[in-house]
Design a protein around this ligand. Structure first.
Ligand code: NAD
Length: 418
């Protein structure tokens, strides 16, 4: 694709460009490609919320259900000022292929509300979440569409959503995953995405034949995904040398003491100001001298403009869609290996599947079972993807889309959608 075209694609057009690529390689029928280009259903909802200061504020929220051929729609809910309809659409498309790649019996969906949760009180967030749920409850259901946390939302958000849905339909814990354990959540769900990221790092390091202690890692984002990646990869022996969040960034070439950092973040609310490291700029995290770079915050942070500055040899995509197509071309030309989001951060949706399964069966698994089954599925998916890439001579992202699109297409054919 010409660089000037790649540079102006919207998030959903960027995801679609990977699907078009895959469609050519796997000789996908034109009708199925046509079906995959647009979501099955998009809801745009007006969400009036009485704020604590007494004034009414109107937010805009979305639920996008991209493709349900493989099972009920599944996807997170994002609260962010930039979570507009196109970004949510892109994330819903990614969920379709992520669930297929992991062989989970789900389709792909995503929700979003354009808001800044860091500037809202708990009571405002509670009201917003309930209003959103009341607006979209008719398309949700344990066999229809199941939500989960994403950026700006957490277990508490899921508890409010479950409660609001339950008021209309009766108690239905399986309507959301990533809930608090006390309300039917699964042990191990909170750590699951970071655990999956760390497993991918360990598996790739093994293939390279490099011990984790010799691998320096930089991480952008210290929320759910970034912080658990640092803790669990740190336990595996990786050296975490740089971390950034929305308020600032820090670096220590000798390795950051993650336990001490956690104590600091609990008090300060940010990695910025931590005494066991030097302050750096957020952009410097992406260009930091390291071996593995883990974007674990926003999408589209590595572009055609800054991809040339990435010094890592491996990009481990904890965030969804962290690289634009033009950024991807620059990385590929520079032989930087990008382990794609649809594999790397799939630990979250995998344990969400376990949580949903437990809810449906009204039976709780112990933590060891959750972690063991996650480990087995992540390693199998990692090996399957790398084997396919080796067989076809493709890059990991291409192999991931080839496999994901193939599996979704086969479900479409079998159901007789086209
Ligand atoms: P989160 O809200 O818990 O944390 C986000 C982190 O990113 C915070 O540390 C925040 O300070 C940081 N951040 C925000 N804007 C930033 C900026 N401009 N520069 C640097 N840092 C910034 O979110 P999360 O759940 O950890 O999600 C992070 C990414 O992982 C998202 O792309 C999300 O879609 C993806 N993801 C999350 C899950 C999950 O289970 N939570 C699963 C799969 C993928």
């Amino acid at each position: 694709m010409p660089a000037e075209v790649a540079a102006i694609l919207s998030p959903s057009e960027s995801v679609l460009s990977s699907v078009y690529d895959a469609a050519q390689r796997i000789h996908l029928e034109a009708d199925i490609l046509e079906l995959l280009k647009t979501p099955w259903r998009e809801i745009r909802a007006q969400l009036p919320v009485r704020m604590d200061h007494g004034k009414l504020q109107i937010f805009e929220g979305y639920r996008v259900q991209h493709n349900g051929a493989r099972g009920p729609y599944k996807g997170g809910l994002r609260y962010h000022p930039k979570a507009d309809i196109d970004e949510v659409r892109a994330l819903a498309m990614l969920m379709t292929y992520k669930c297929a790649l992991m062989d989970l019996p789900f389709g792909g969906a995503k929700g979003g509300i354009m808001c800044d949760p860091t500037r809202m009180s708990m009571t405002e967030l509670n009201r917003l979440t309930r209003t959103y749920t009341q607006h979209i409850h008719m398309v949700l259901g344990i066999a229809r569409d199941i939500a989960a946390p994403d950026m700006g939302t957490n277990a508490q958000t899921m508890a409010w959503m479950m409660d609001a849905y339950g008021q209309l339909h009766g108690h239905t814990p399986g309507i959301v995953t990533g809930k608090p354990v006390e309300l039917g959540g699964s042990y191990g769900r909170e750590q699951a995405t970071g655990r999956g990221v760390a497993i991918c790092m360990r598996e790739y390091a093994q293939r390279e034949g490099v011990p984790p202690a010799d691998i320096r890692v930089a991480v952008q984002g210290y929320g759910n995904v970034g912080s658990w990646t640092c803790r669990l990869a740190g336990q595996m022996g990786f050296k975490i040398v740089a971390i950034g969040d929305v308020k600032g960034a820090i670096a220590n070439p000798a390795g950051i003491d993650i336990a001490a950092l956690d104590k600091w973040v609990a008090l300060a609310g940010s990695v910025a100001g931590f005494e066991g490291a030097e302050p750096i700029t957020n952009e410097a995290v992406l260009a930091y001298d390291c071996d593995y770079l883990v974007p674990a915050a926003l999408g589209e942070v590595i572009t055609g403009e800054n991809a040339g500055a990435v010094r890592a040899r491996v990009l481990v995509e904890g965030a969804n869609h962290p690289v634009t197509p033009s950024g991807d071309e620059v990385l590929a030309a520079r032989k930087v290996v990008a382990l794609p989001d649809v594999l790397v951060n799939a630990g979250g949706v995998t344990v969400s599947y376990f949580e949903w399964t437990q809810n449906v069966q009204q039976f709780r698994w112990p933590l060891e079972r959750v972690n063991d089954e996650l480990e087995a599925r992540m390693v199998a998916a990692f090996n399957g993807l790398m084997a396919r890439a080796a067989l076809d001579g493709t890059r990991p992202r291409q192999a991931a889309f080839d496999m994901g699109v193939e599996r979704v297409a086969q479900a479409i054919r079998l159901r007789g959608f086209v």
